[in-house]
Design a protein around this ligand. Structure first.
Ligand SMILES: C[S@@+](CC[C@H](N)C(=O)[O-])C[C@H]1O[C@@H](n2cnc3c(N)ncnc32)[C@H](O)[C@@H]1O
Length: 233
């Protein structure tokens, strides 16, 4: 019988923000796989480290860090290495920062292995939830419509999406921060926007937009917009 492929959400950074189910599976699976930079530590593995079983076999999917470039060969090779374990009856947990099905790279392995092996996805705390907690402001309330906007989208599309929503999460900021700030200013939304970087990770910060603009945004940063202010009152 083949093993099960687990897409395991490990949350945004703090190892305590990992579900009991993820912790139980981490202590039990014989093999873990995770995305990693060409050199250095994998964020997902660092988060999961306190929960890993001693002697667990590790498959690091090492790739150049460019969130806007495809890494097909790395995922092809990684999928085959994982498939060999699954075919031999060993369960494999793929560690995913945040939630596996929320912009998670697990989707690329799911696409390659999901038809061949049993799959279980264990949801994780996703970054918008972690960042709302850091910001100390509800993400949505009452009947707010929430839109999730990847910052690499063209400026005009970001503007159109933001106009339509009552609450928004703008993800994948990095070098796109100046473009996003231009749109927020044009729509007069800077007063209801909150910038959070590295929620739950070392260096976590809630910063005024102008300070973020001065310093520049890392990849692990997002902006929350809540147009209706205290909609919950
Ligand atoms: C490829 S997506 C992965 C999202 C992840 N699967 C999740 O559930 O949150 C990466 C983007 O998520 C956001 N992000 C992820 N973790 C974050 C964190 N700890 N703090 C702030 N933003 C984060 C950033 O906008 C980043 O560019």
């Amino acid at each position: 019988m083949s093993g099960t492929l687990y897409g395991l959400g490990v949350g945004p950074g703090d190892p305590e923000l990992l579900t009991l189910k993820a912790a139980r599976l981490l202590a039990a699976v014989p093999v873990v796989a995770y995305p990693a930079p060409l050199q250095g530590d994998s964020l997902a593995r660092t988060i999961a480290a306190p929960h890993l079983a001693p002697g667990v076999e590790e498959i690091a999917l090492r790739m150049a860090f460019d969130p806007e470039r495809r890494a097909d060969e790395v995922y092809d090779a990684g999928a085959e290495a994982i498939a060999a374990h699954l075919a031999a009856g060993r369960d494999v947990a793929v560690l995913c920062e945040g939630d596996p099905f929320f912009f998670g790279s697990f989707a690329y392995l799911f696409a390659r292995l999901g038809q061949r092996f049993p799959v279980q996805v264990v949801p994780g705390i996703a970054s918008p939830m972690a960042c709302a907690a850091v910001a100390g402001h509800p993400l949505t309330a009452r009947d707010d419509a929430l839109v999730v906007i990847p910052a690499p989208r063209p400026e005009a599309e970001i503007e159109q999406l933001l106009r339509a929503a009552e609450a928004a999460v703008i993800m994948k900021l990095g070098r796109h921060l100046p473009k996003v700030l231009r749109v927020l200013e044009r729509l007069e939304l800077t007063g209801c926007a909150r910038y959070v970087e590295r929620a739950g990770q070392p260096g976590q910060a809630l910063l005024p937009l102008d300070e973020a603009a001065r310093r520049g945004a890392p990849y692990f940063a997002l902006i929350l917009v809540h147009k209706r202010g205290k909609a919950w009152i």
